[in-house]
Design a protein around this ligand. Structure first.
Ligand code: TYD
Ligand code: MG
Length: 451
């Protein structure tokens, strides 16, 4: 009979202690002792285990059938997972409080007709969840609700109901029998995930776990959590805007470059299938300082609006500020424009903003940044139907960017008539009847072409 006991293990040197201490007696580190469960079995002698047949199989003998997946009715959610939820997989979803994790998962649970879903909440009461469900206004598919935090009871319930999909909201509220530490501590989170993982793998129940994130924006709890699960999703967005983005940061069953976009509305999250239309401001008349960039977010091309304001500096030191774009990159671009094109940004305040609260790190946005800066500097609006995609190098060269075909076809699909790209990207690019492609090699040339 296995006996369960708890010990405290120093995370620095591995020393064990029967009781908690502030300082490790062995290595002297502070606050490194973490509670762990150990099961003491009667010691087994390895050679005493009967070996009937080899359990190891040859790799080539394993049939590589596609993983069986569940398709939820949420196309964006399916997309970020690489085409549906893999049966028996463990998915971790992290995000700031109030970003909409519970809303997203409840909504998916309710929309997914034909599947049995068990929604476990340790954070909200049944009434609160019911109120949210009514707000979402979806048909109530077969969703079972269970407000419980004890892992044993949850797994017992799951064994009884045999759900296709189990949702845990959130891992930080769960408690494992036998551990004395409070819910949400490293050891509780780890043991709870372990139990859920065993259950998911042995019964084939796809399990989605909600996890809080820390102030620094990383998933709270041990890093081990991310190693244990199959897929890690981040739900993010600016609270002042209604867009929410679901990103994959780890996926054992698909690519990690996928991105799902939602719009938070009064009645829940709406998947956005055409983000470009959302991110570009509609204007009655063209404004100076605005340029459209074709960027890639994962495998998705989208048009985003870059806004620049260049004005005479009022104070001694000119200000530079960038929202949604790397400030150091802005400094670099200003220096290039100064040196190569003779624009005097040294006496100007420069503000740069990516519309819609988007954050971009695709270097292909550079060219649109240059265009927006110059347009504001000269106070001349750009023509409405132009967009840009190119990276700026230190010597003012315009460098080729990846996935150019996809960018060009997105621009064409949205109805742009001109696109400026690097000259080195034009080779082998299909000509299009509706879209005029201009290849340029240096920023100086862009200045001549634009005005
Ligand atoms: P919630 O799902 O509770 O966030 P999390 O679980 O990540 O902490 O999201 C709550 C926020 O979303 C709340 O501030 C209100 C807003 N919301 C809407 O705008 N529309 C809706 O239909 C719902 C249900 C919530
Ligand atoms: Mg919540």
């Amino acid at each position: 009979m296995a006996k369960v006991k708890t010990i405290y293990v120093c995370q620095e040197c591995g020393t064990t202690s029967p009781k908690w201490m502030g300082k490790c007696t062995s290595c002297g580190a502070w606050n490194t002792l973490v509670e762990e469960i150990v099961t003491t079995n009667t010691t087994k002698n390895i050679s005493a285990i009967p070996l009937h047949k080899s359990n190891a199989i040859l790799l080539k003998d394993i049939s590589a059938s596609e993983q069986a997946r569940i398709f939820t009715s949420d196309s964006e959610f399916n997309r970020v997972l690489g085409g549906g939820v893999v049966i028996g997989s463990l998915i971790l979803i992290g995000g700031e409080p109030g970003i909409g994790k519970s809303t997203l998962l409840l909504q998916i649970a309710m929309q997914t007709v034909g599947l049995t879903v068990l929604y476990i909440s340790g954070e909200e009461s049944e009434q609160q969840i019911k109120m949210r469900a009514e707000r979402l206004n979806e048909q109530m598919a077969d969703v079972y609700l269970y407000t419980e935090t004890k892992v044993d009871l949850i797994l017992h319930q799951a064994q009884h109901l045999k759900p296709d999909l189990m949702i845990i909201d959130s891992i930080q509220t769960l408690q494992v029998e036998g551990l004395e530490s409070a819910a949400g501590t490293v050891s509780q989170v780890r043991e709870a995930t372990h139990a859920l993982q065993n259950f998911a793998k042995s019964t084939g129940t796809a399990t989605v776990i909600v996890s809080h994130i820390t102030k620094e924006g990383v998933i709270a709890g041990p890093k081990l959590l991310e190693h244990m699960v199959d897929t890690v999703l981040q739900f993010e967005g600016d609270r002042h805007y209604n867009y929410r983005m679901l990103r994959t940061t780890k996926n054992r069953f698909g690519s990690t470059s996928e991105l799902g976009i939602y719009e938070m509305r009064g009645d829940g999250l709406r998947p956005v299938s055409n983000p470009s239309e959302l991110l570009i401001t509609m204007r009655d008349e063209p404004a100076s300082g605005v340029a459209i960039a074709v960027t890639m977010e994962g495998n998705r091309a989208m048009m985003i609006e870059v806004q620049a304001l260049v004005s005479n500096a009022v104070y001694g030191t000119p200000q530079r500020s960038a929202t949604g774009y790397d400030l150091r990159r802005l400094h670099m671009i200003l220096a290039v424009l100064d040196k190569k094109c003779g624009f005097r940004f040294g006496t100007k305040d420069v503000f740069l903003n990516i519309a819609g609260g988007m954050k971009v790190d695709d270097p292909a946005t550079d060219l649109a940044v240059v265009a927006a800066l110059l347009s504001s500097y000269e106070d001349i609006p750009l023509k409405e139907n132009i967009c840009f995609s190119g990276e700026i190098g230190l010597s003012g060269e315009i460098r080729a960017v990846n996935k150019i075909e996809q960018r060009v076809s997105e621009a064409e699909k949205i109805g742009y008539q001109n696109i400026f790209i690097s000259k080195f990207n034009t080779k082998g690019l299909k000509k299009s009847a509706k879209l005029n492609i201009t290849g340029i090699s240096k920023v100086e040339n862009l200045v001549q072409k634009l005005f």
